[in-house]
Design a protein around this ligand. Sequence first.
Ligand code: AMP
Length: 302
Amino acid sequence: MTQLLHTAEQMRRALAAATASSPAEHPVVGYVPTMGALHAGHRSLLEAARSSSDLLISSIFVNPLQFDDDADYRHYPRQLSEDLALLEDTGADLVFAPELEEMYPGYPASPRIRVSAGEMGRKWEGASRPGHFDGVVTVVTKLFSILTPPAPARLQAWFGQKDAEQVAIIRRLTEDLNLPAEIRVLPTVRDENGLALSSRNQRLSAEDYPAALELSAALRSLAERARAGQPLQIDQLRTRLDHAAGVEPDYLVVVDPATLEEIRPEGALLDADGVLRGPALALVAARVGPVRLIDNMEIQPD
Ligand code: AMP
């Protein structure tokens, strides 16, 4: 039975009781943070966490601090009862679904103390959505603080590669602030045509759908060229995206996966001809219809 909890205090007590009664000597608490509107991408994280944990917990919280666009926040899909059915089905033990007031008392007054994602939080997605990654690291720090079980249990938190910049930043966050969570990452789940699953896809119309496929098509081209040792020709791919009907591209870049710094020609990773010499990460973002979509792919030579 999945237990639903709404306050930090209830959640801490439930977690302490569940880990104390676990037969494991050092219980592993697998944790999947989400904003709800769960789909097969979330399910893959929940299933992997289930099979490598003694206790499976998840959270559903649409975090206003990470939205720079009020309409995006208001229209973000909310479907708690369907989500709970999926969480029950994947064997979640505890689900934390706090109200806004529980996480940010006095909201919309801004919380006085926030965590900063620093320089990394101002690149790419962070440049286009100022404050987004500060909002992400603030809520993740709060959630880890509420959901860290008493020793000897330990927390393992699961994230999707779908949000590659978020993964890089959360890895740094846990390292730099000594947060007691082990980070696990799983590949992006896509539909049969290659579109990365996202809760925001619910808002794409039938006409928007082919336009949305252009993002993963651009990434696949980069991955194929990288594998074949051909020049990446990123400028041509950008032009193609610029001309694709229904797509308003923001960025298409190849970066260092750990630092998110752009990989430039004639550096160690990209030669003067634009041929990739080692593993890199391709990132893309664009507006399609009413939503902003992001996607990424790890690319490397054979
Ligand atoms: P969200 O509910 O969008 O905040 O996502 C919660 C977690 O699910 C994050 O770690 C996301 O990276 C992950 N996630 C979202 N979409 C996918 C996907 N298509 N494949 C894998 N993981 C995903």
